[in-house]
Design a protein around this ligand. Structure first.
Ligand code: GLU
Length: 474
C-alpha cells in the first residue's frame, strides 16, 4: 500500500440538517486524514434535484465548522478538483457515460418502472434475489437509437458479467467477495439524465484523488458495483472502509428521535463540540486509553484498525459524561460566554455578579439548563422550600432563629457555622443540611462558603426567617 498521506472526503447530500450520524462520518474522515497529515475534501452530492437545497448545504458546512472540522477542498473554498457540487459536474459524467456506451460496457434500458417492479416481485416470489432480468441488454444499437429518436427516455445500465468476481479488503470488515451473478446490470444514469449514486460517487472519488472511501456499513453492498465501474473506466480504485452503523441503546435501529437528532439541536441544548467529538469518536472506534482529548489529540490517537464490527450503541449517558469533562475544562471566561449564549436571564446579570455566580456553581453544571435552576435558587428572592418541610421541621424553628442571630456578627461562613453549632449543639449533617436547604432550597450543590458569599447577609437572613416559619407551621 502506498505511504502517501491519505485523502478522505465527506460527501453529504444536502437534503436536511447535519444529524449525529453524518457528523460521525465526517469526524471519522477528518480523523483519518489529520492523523497522517493527509487531506480532507467536502463534496456535495446534490444529484437529487428535488430534495437538495443550497440552504441545507450552507447549514451543513456551518455545523461542520462549529463542530471543529476543517477541510482542504470543498465548494466553499475551491481546490484543484473543482467543482465540488455534483450538480455542476454533468460534463464530467457525460464523458464517462459516452466512453462506457461506445465500448459496449453500458446500454440504454427502456424498461418502465412498472415492468421492473413486476419482474422484481416475480423473482422475490420465486425465492430469488431480485436483479435486472436483462431484457434491454439484448437490444441492438439500431433499435435503441430508433426508440431514442422517437422520444423515449431510457436509463443507462452498466453491464455486469455473470462470471465477474469482485474482491476487496475492507478496512473494517476484512476480505469481501461478491459475484456478478448476484448483482445484475445496474443503472448508472437515470431517465432524467442525472447520474446514479453508484456512478457519480465512485467517479468523483477517483477523479478527486480520494485514497480512502470511509463510510457507513449501509454502503458495503454498493462497493463491488463501484469497483467494477472504476476498473472498467481505468480509474484508480480507493481503499474502502465501512464502519458499523449506530443503533439504539436496545440494539434496534436508531429511533427517529435520535436518528434525526441534529448537531444544531445538540448545540442549542448547550452541548460543546468537543464533548460531541469525544463521544462520537468512540462510537464504533476505541482508543487505547480512555481519557478526554482535544481535536488534535483525537486525531493523533485515532487508529482505523481499532474499529469493531458490532453495531455501535447510542448512549445519552456517555454523551453527558464527555460533556461534563468538556465543561470542566472551560476557562471561567469561556464558561461565562457559554452560559450567556444559552440563558437569556443570565446574560442580563451584572458582570461582577456573574463572576461570583460562576465560581459558585460551575462544578454543578453540565448543561446550561442546570445553571438556570441555580439562578433561581441563588439569584432570585423567592425560594421554594415546601419540598423540604420535614427536614426543616426536624431542625426546628429555634435552630433557624439561632442561625438568624448569628448572621449579623459572623465574619465569614465558618465563623457563622461555629456560632450556630455553639448555640444549638448541632453538628455534622444536622448542622449543615438545614443551613444548606435554607440557603439554596437544594440538598446538595456548591460549597457553603461560596453560597454565603454569593447570597450576602441580607438575603441569607431573609431565607433563614422563611425556614424558621416553615419549621414552625404544622
Ligand atoms: N452521499 C452519500 C451519503 O450521504 C455518500 C456516501 C459515501 O460516503 O460514499 O450516503
Amino acid at each position: 500500500m502506498s505511504e502517501l498521506p491519505p485523502v478522505t472526503r465527506f460527501a453529504p447530500s444536502p437534503t436536511g440538517r447535519l444529524h449525529v450520524g453524518n457528523a460521525r462520518t465526517a469526524l471519522f474522515n477528518w480523523l483519518l486524514a489529520r492523523h497522517a497529515q493527509g487531506r480532507m475534501i467536502i463534496r456535495i452530492e446534490d444529484t437529487d434535484r428535488e430534495r437538495s437545497r443550497p440552504e441545507h448545504e450552507q447549514a451543513m458546512l456551518q455545523d461542520l465548522r462549529w463542530f471543529g472540522l476543517d477541510w482542504d477542498e470543498g465548494p466553499d473554498r475551491g481546490g484543484a478538483h473543482a467543482p465540488y457540487r455534483q450538480s455542476e459536474r454533468a460534463e464530467v459524467y457525460a464523458r464517462h457515460f459516452q466512453e462506457l456506451t461506445e465500448r459496449g460496457l453500458a446500454y440504454p434500458c427502456f424498461c418502465s418502472p412498472q415492468a421492473l417492479a413486476l419482474s422484481r416481485k416475480a423473482q422475490l416470489a420465486a425465492g430469488k434475489p431480485p436483479r435486472y432480468d436483462g431484457s434491454c441488454a439484448r437490444l441492438s444499437r439500431e433499435d435503441a437509437a430508433r426508440r431514442i429518436a422517437a422520444g423515449e427516455m431510457p436509463t443507462l445500465r452498466f453491464r455486469v458479467p455473470e462470471d465477474a468476481v469482485i474482491e476487496f479488503e475492507d478496512m473494517v470488515f476484512g476480505r469481501q467477495v461478491f459475484r456478478g451473478a448476484e448483482i445484475g446490470d445496474f443503472i448508472i444514469r437515470r431517465a432524467d439524465g442525472t447520474p446514479s449514486f453508484f456512478f457519480s460517487n465512485a467517479v468523483d472519488d477517483a477523479l478527486m484523488g480520494v485514497t480512502h472511501a470511509f463510510r457507513g456499513e449501509d454502503h458495503l453492498a454498493n462497493t463491488p458495483r463501484q469497483i467494477m465501474l472504476l476498473e472498467a473506466l481505468g480509474l484508480r480504485v480507493p481503499r474502502y472502509g465501512h464502519f458499523p452503523l449506530v443503533k439504539d441503546s436496545d440494539g434496534g435501529p436508531l429511533s427517529k428521535r435520535l436518528g434525526s437528532l441534529g448537531l444544531a439541536d445538540l448545540r442549542a441544548q448547550g452541548y460543546l463540540p468537543l464533548a460531541i467529538a469525544n463521544y462520537l469518536a468512540r462510537l464504533g472506534h476505541s482508543f487505547a486509553e480512555e481519557r478526554f482529548r482535544d481535536m488534535r489529540e483525537l486525531a493523533e490517537d485515532f487508529d482505523a484498525a481499532r474499529f469493531g464490527r458490532a453495531p455501535a450503541k447510542y448512549d445519552a449517558a456517555q454523551l453527558l459524561h464527555w460533556q461534563k469533562e468538556a465543561v470542566g475544562r472551560l476557562s471561567d471566561e469561556a464558561f461565562d460566554e457559554w452560559l450567556a449564549e444559552h440563558l437569556q436571564a443570565y446574560a442580563g446579570i451584572a458582570p461582577e455578579r456573574r463572576c461570583e455566580f460562576v465560581a459558585a456553581i460551575r462544578d454543578n453544571v453540565v448543561l446550561p439548563q442546570d445553571a438556570a435552576a441555580w439562578m433561581n435558587a441563588l439569584l432570585e428572592d423567592a425560594l421554594d422550600l415546601e419540598a423540604y418541610r420535614d427536614e426543616l421541621r426536624a431542625a426546628g424553628a429555634s435552630f433557624f432563629d439561632a442561625a438568624r442571630e448569628a448572621v449579623a456578627t459572623a465574619e465569614d461562613f465558618s465563623a457563622f457555622a461555629r456560632a450556630v453549632a455553639a448555640a444549638t449543639g448541632a453538628k455534622g449533617k444536622a448542622l449543615y443540611l438545614p443551613l444548606r436547604l435554607a440557603f439554596s432550597g437544594m440538598p446538595h450543590g456548591p460549597e457553603m462558603a461560596r453560597l454565603w458569599q454569593l447570597l450576602g447577609k441580607e438575603r441569607i437572613e431573609r431565607r433563614l426567617a422563611r425556614a424558621a416559619q416553615l419549621a414552625e407551621r404544622q
